[in-house]
Design a protein around this ligand. Structure first.
Ligand SMILES: Cc1cc2nc3c(=O)[nH]c(=O)nc-3n(C[C@H](O)[C@H](O)[C@H](O)COP(=O)(O)OP(=O)(O)OC[C@H]3O[C@@H](n4cnc5c(N)ncnc54)[C@H](O)[C@@H]3O)c2cc1C
Length: 425
């Protein structure tokens, strides 16, 4: 095996795309992630609302590497990237040196300085976030069961901020969770009458990049599911049992889910490279960074311009995956003494699901789809994002079963005593 060492930072769509494309290249690959699993972010809201389990949203990276002889994985937190000395510094591990570096460290939540958000909002960007939200909802419902007076304190009011795909998908799934299985789980509580989901969007439409027809369809579909959509309403402060809107109105709620924005991974700022809106690193058309032909930045941490259209591409799983693969191809070209190629994105459509069986799809050639057909397209595109055959089939079976039966995962919650006892073992 050649000694050319490719280090890939991040086991997200971008990092894995690069690793997989280098499968047959004459290189040695080290992939590093702080988690030992790949997170399928587009399905996090389904984990939080009990539609899918952790097995269908997180995939062990070591297992994925079984299919690849030239790659090894380390679970380690990346502390610093030293571009001058071509080294990556890790927590609890010796630094790793590289010949080629792929930075695919993704994005983190952006609260835009909203007061109280760090302490009280529920973001939805990691598996931990999804578990925390799921746990909170289950524990809150148990609290209301014991003390229904909490209903008047807003305990059954669930708020979502952000009218983009994350907010829309989460609001729809949450409303379905409350009005399907929760009503059955708590027959003694007035879930049907009192539980509500409010979706706040600061702009005047939902799903801003979509066509007006799809925006209207999304709003109507959410309302049909029982979601109250409040446009032109920003949230200025978040407390434990209430939120304050920009208009000054106070809404009683114990649950505020944040789906209103991301910023580049904070490690981007320490690289000494140019950063643009949201802290993203602008890259060349071949996805390398200015002046360093052996360093590539891909996925949500990068600002990628499509060489075909000259447009900046959105932060999407499909963009990250295709760009990652392209970087893999470019590194192989360089190793073989060839020139790199500019990245051209293949747009399969922009989409958002709105509950079971409804979605909106905006196709690249200006076409649109809604309803069941759109939902099937959404399912197809998301299945192609899944890493391997095994992952695809288990997720497919579970989705299919849940949709047919309208059933949810087991709503088991660990008490604080359980967690403490486990920690003492
Ligand atoms: C809730 C939600 C819904 C979405 N829905 C869709 C959708 O329907 N369709 C779509 O196409 N896109 C969707 N997206 C966007 C899509 O998930 C992202 O664009 C995509 O995940 C970006 O891939 P990435 O590889 O750049 O980053 P990520 O997938 O975020 O991967 C980055 C990796 O880096 C690791 N990492 C970060 N910091 C460190 C560190 N210091 N040390 C070690 N490891 C580190 C992380 O653990 C992570 O595994 C959604 C995103 C979210 C949050």
């Amino acid at each position: 095996m050649s000694e050319t060492h490719v280090v890939v930072l991040g086991g997200g769509f971008a990092g894995l795309g690069a690793v997989q494309k280098l499968k047959d290249a004459p290189v040695k690959i080290t992939i590093i992630d702080q988690n030992n699993y790949h997170t399928f972010q587009p399905l996090l809201y389904q984990l939080a609302t009990n539609e899918l389990s952790a097995n269908e949203v997180g995939f062990p990276i070591r297992e994925m590497m079984h299919r690849q002889d030239n790659a090894i994985f380390h679970q380690a937190k990346i502390m610093k990237i030293d571009l001058e000395n071509k080294q990556v510094h890790l927590a609890d591990m010796e630094p790793v040196s590289y010949d080629y570096l792929v930075i695919g460290l993704g994005a983190v939540v952006n609260y835009f300085g909203t007061k109280g958000a760090e302490e009280h909002a529920f973001p939805l960007y990691t598996m931990r976030d999804a578990f925390a939200l799921k746990d909170h909802i289950t524990k809150l419902l148990e609290k209301v069961d014991k003390n229904p007076a909490l209903i008047d304190d807003g305990a059954l009011t669930f708020c979502v901020v952000g009218g983009g795909p994350t907010g829309v998908e989460t609001a729809g799934a949450l409303s379905e969770l409350l009005h399907a299985v929760t009503e059955e789980d708590y027959p003694n509580l007035p879930i049907k009458e009192k539980a509500e989901v409010l979706l706040f969007e600061a702009g005047d439409v939902l799903l801003k990049p979509f066509k007006p027809k799809l925006q209207k369809y999304a709003k109507k579909s959410l309302e049909k599911l029982g979601v109250t959509v409040r446009l032109d309403e920003g949230v200025s402060e978040i407390g434990p049992t209430s939120i304050t809107l920009k208009s000054g109105e106070v809404v009683k709620t114990h649950t505020l889910i944040w789906g209103a924005g991301v910023q580049a991974n904070p490690l981007a700022a320490a690289l000494g490279l140019e950063q643009v809106r949201g802290g993203r690193i602008p890259v060349e058309l071949d996805l390398s960074v200015n002046g360093r032909s052996n360093v590539f930045v891909v996925g949500d941490i990068a600002q990628i311009t499509d060489a075909k259209t000259n447009e900046v591409l959105p932060q999407l799983g499909s963009v990250a995956q295709q760009a990652g693969r392209h970087v893999g191809e470019n590194i192989e070209r360089l190793v073989k003494g060839k020139e790199t190629k500019p990245f051209e994105y293949t747009d399969k459509g922009t989409m958002a699901a709105i509950g079971r069986g409804a979605a909106v799809v905006q196709l690249p050639e200006h076409g649109t789809m809604t309803g069941h057909a759109a939902w099937l397209a959404w399912l197809g595109v998301h299945l192609t994002l899944l890493a391997g055959g095994e992952e695809k089939s288990t997720t497919m079976v579970d989705w299919g079963w849940n949709i047919l039966t309208k059933k949810r995962g087991k709503r088991i919650v660990m008490t604080d005593e359980d967690v403490e006892a486990e920690g003492n073992q």
